[in-house]
Design a binder for this molecule. Structure first.
Ligand code: F6P
Length: 326
């Protein structure tokens, strides 16, 4: 819902898992808002920091030297207290007390739901997609994804080298508790023989074992399996595969290194455009929107509509990945 109330003061927070490019987004929100005559308060540690009123006044210089940095200068958290009804009401009261005309939330799906709850409590919000998982339905791009897949890919290429030399099977676990985008992209880009994603895993290990045996017969020297975190159990899977195939099998869990590091140009650019657009909309009095990238353009959606959208991983792209692994 759009609101035409003049916005004079906003707050900005990052929430949930950090993502490279979040700093570029904060910087763009702060600098563009200030250019538009809006003052900005930084909320540290996400919704938890809102509840404990950990605020810092932001100016153009407080975001200096941040565009190239990974992590989030505002820090982040996952708040159990904010998930309760009392927590949300308390947070809304704190926003009113501090005269925040709107809160900018940079985060993933869970953070968007928190923002929606604040909007229901009468606090205007604006959301930016910051997650390495690429799993927000209303947008084709999320800030952090590009850096994360490139970080993971560099590591996977290295494991591939040693896997080939030793003629081993390697299971490499990448992030994505509920979404297989990182696994799919890294799997295709690294030439993986199998890609396991939570969206369509059938728990049929025999299928993987048969594939390994066939691949060996066809002359492949290694077998690379990219396994999404949502499936997990890479170490025990490796033991079972080794026992069934006789092929030495190792598991490598990439873990949090995928969330760190200096953002790529793409993440910095998208974050900068999206952050500036958020500030622009607020300057016009438009609130309760989420900024997205859809069909080649930066656009915005109503928060309730955005959260009602569904996103499915492309079956066609997944099938292509399988065909390319032959
Ligand atoms: O949302 C990003 C993400 O890295 C997911 O891929 C992963 O499942 C989750 O965060 C891990 O979160 P935490 O930092 O709470 O372990």
């Amino acid at each position: 819902m759009a609101d035409s109330k003049k916005i004079k003061k906003i707050a900005v927070l990052t929430s949930g898992g950090d993502a490279p490019g979040m700093n570029a987004a904060i910087r763009a929100v702060v600098r563009k808002a200030i250019v538009d005559g809006i003052s900005v308060t930084g909320i540290q540690k996400g919704y938890q920091g809102l509840l404990s009123e950990e605020f810092v006044e932001m100016g153009p210089r407080s975001v200096s030297d941040s565009v190239q940095k990974g992590g989030t200068i505002l820090r982040t958290a996952r708040s159990e207290e904010f998930k309760t009804d009392e927590g949300k009401k308390k947070a809304a009261g704190i926003c009113r007390k501090n005269k925040f005309d709107a809160v900018v939330v940079i985060g993933g799906d869970g953070s968007y739901r928190g923002a929606q709850a604040l909007s229901v409590e009468g606090i205007p919000v604006m959301c930016l997609p910051g997650t390495i998982d690429l799993d927000i339905a209303c947008t084709d791009y999320t800030i952090g994804f590009d850096t994360a897949v490139n970080t993971a890919l560099q590591a996977i290429d290295k494991v591939r080298d040693t896997s080939s030399s030793h003629e081993r099977c390697s299971i490499i676990e990448v992030m994505g508790r509920n979404a297989g985008y990182i696994a799919l992209w890294c799997g295709v880009a690294s030439g993986a023989e199998d890609i396991l994603i939570p969206e369509n895993y059938n728990f049929d290990e025999q299928e993987i074992i048969n594939h390994i045996i066939e691949s060996r017969k066809s002359g492949k020297t290694h077998h690379l399996i990219i396994n999404a975190e949502g499936i997990g159990h890479s170490t025990s899977m490796a033991r079972r595969i080794e026992a069934a195939t006789g092929m030495e099998t190792r598991a490598t869990i990439l873990g949090y290194m995928q969330r760190g590091g200096s953002p790529t140009c793409k993440d910095r650019y998208y974050a900068s455009m999206m952050g500036a657009m958020a500030a622009d909309l607020l300057a016009k009095g438009t609130v309760n929107r989420v900024i997205s990238y859809k069909n080649g353009e930066f656009v915005d959606f109503d928060i309730d509509e955005a959260l009602a959208m569904k996103k499915e991983i492309s079956t066609y792209q997944y099938e292509i990945a399988k065909a390319l692994s032959k």
